[in-house]
Design a protein around this ligand. Structure first.
Ligand SMILES: [Zn+2]
Length: 462
């Protein structure tokens, strides 16, 4: 029995781990590397194993850094079964098709730029295209419920349990048996934490001999939610009162739905104006919201109470869903409105148009509710640049800028430690899915287990 690490080994993206047992090969996640151009080029490298030799792929959740290389895996020969929860299956389909479209656009853009140069070089092929994304959907086989054991094949049993990170997200326990030797191997997936909007608290982890856990916030504690909500409502009210627009750059999955949920709560509690105009200007976020409503089995008790009283958790009296590009462009006339659009880090998407029309206005504001990596437009605005470049144009930053930190989807250091303590003192713990500094700080806190910080393609016996 062996485990090897083929991504998220020293960084936060590209999750991909391989278990070998009794001649079968089980992959846990197959995520895209995201971030700087050089890192994204790594997506074109070999996986470090033969895709055709994989029997099963178990998917923890639908974020791109966990499912975004599945179309490539299929393109390069994978014919095994993909097993996941019902909500993850639907969200992953949306995420992979969107990713294929972005890969196609990126390749077209780079070829267009190259066509103007003397030395054109080789044409750029997309990493994968829409057809590849559609093809891999055939590999999705049955869906699984939480807390139910599934025998994949003799010697390999898998159980999914709620991770409380995004809709449908799971941790996975593998119970392995080979020539009389048994091993319980637990993958945390990405971990959420208690008392989040929409999602039930993460399930207590089962005991395990080997734990593979994420460390995104292995060196940090995040802000509490209540003061963050007060700040959100206050920022909206002061901006709208002076007829400015409130821009909220947001990820399409989970964060956009959380914001809608909190805006509805704010209205119901009388903290926001009932007729506040809100534009959800993102076709992907609109589709994701519809998928959320189809998977109510994933909601927490509070959300169920909203539904059973006949209300829609995401409906606001002044909400407009904007799919059409012309309608999105017409929003430059809006005043006193909230506009939620992607991308979260302002690296692309419709938010850039809204920033161009609002950043120079002192009456408008921008509210950042998520992580912003170095080098992104979001980070430059947060860092207080007086001017930023958008669509080849310098735009002055006169709008008020807020960064509200209480909306993280990941457990922080304290919550990760509590989770690990409940796994029952595993013999060995592998730390993944964190920057090197985060996993090293976290490693120093674990005392009752042998800690490993695996490197790319490193293999260990179980
Ligand atoms: Zn995630």
């Amino acid at each position: 029995m062996h485990i090897s690490f083929h991504g998220a080994a020293g960084n936060v993206t590209g999750s991909c781990f391989l278990i070998e047992c009794r001649g079968k090969r089980v992959l846990i996640d197959c995520g895209l590397y995201q971030g700087k151009r050089e890192l994204e080029e790594d997506n074109r490298n070999d996986f470090g194993f033969d895709p055709a030799a994989i029997d099963y792929l178990l998917l923890t959740h639908a974020h791109l850094d966990h499912c975004g290389r599945i179309p490539l895996l299929s393109k390069w020969g994978f014919t095994g079964k993909i097993i996941t929860t019902a909500a993850t299956r639907e969200l992953a389909r949306l995420v992979m098709l969107d990713s294929a479209r972005i890969q196609e656009e990126e390749a077209r853009y780079r070829n267009y730029k190259a066509s103007k140069k003397k030395d054109r070089g080789e044409p750029v092929e997309p990493l994968y295209d829409t057809l590849d994304a559609l093809n891999c959907l055939d590999n999705f086989s049955g869906t699984v419920d939480f807390m139910t054991a599934h025998d994949l094949c003799p010697g390999i049993r898998a159980s999914f349990f709620n991770a409380g990170h995004i809709l449908g997200s799971a941790g996975i326990l593998l119970e392995l048996e080979d020539t009389g030797r048994r091993s319980r191997v637990l993958f945390s997936g990405d971990l959420g934490y208690d008392d989040r909007a929409l999602l039930p608290d993460p399930a207590p982890p089962p005991h395990a001999d080997t734990v593979i856990m994420e460390t995104t916030y292995g060196n940090r504690e995040h802000k509490r939610l209540d003061p963050s909500l007060d700040e959100l409502y206050q920022a909206i009210n002061t901006t709208v009162a002076r007829r400015g627009n409130v821009l909220i750059p947001s990820f399409a999955l989970e964060r956009a739905q959380e914001i809608l949920y909190y805006l509805r709560e704010g209205i119901e509690k009388g903290l926001l104006d009932r007729n506040l105009p809100v534009y959800l200007d993102s076709p992907m976020a609109i589709s994701a919201t519809q998928i959320f409503l189809r998977h109510r089995e994933c909601f927490d008790e509070e959300t169920w109470e909203v539904i059973s009283s006949g209300r829609d958790p995401f409906a606001l009296p002044g909400l407009h869903m904007v799919r059409d590009a012309a309608e999105s462009m017409a929003l430059k006339q809006a005043r006193g409105a909230v506009i939620i659009a992607g991308s979260g880090m302002c690296t692309g998407g419709r938010i850039r148009h809204h920033l161009r029309h609002n950043l120079w206005r002192p009456e408008s504001s921008v509210i950042f509710v998520g992580f912003a990596a170095n080098g992104t437009l979001a980070r430059r605005i947060i860092n207080g640049h007086d001017e930023v470049r958008i669509f080849q144009e310098e735009v002055e930053v006169n709008a008020e800028v807020y960064t509200i930190g209480g909306f993280s989807a990941h457990a922080d250091q304290r919550e990760l430690l509590n989770w690990h303590a409940r796994t029952g003192g595993p013999e060995q713990t592998f730390l993944v899915h964190g920057e090197e500094i985060a996993r090293q700080s976290f490693a120093a806190l674990l005392t009752n287990t042998e800690v490993h910080l695996p490197t790319l393609h490193q293999k260990f016996a179980l």
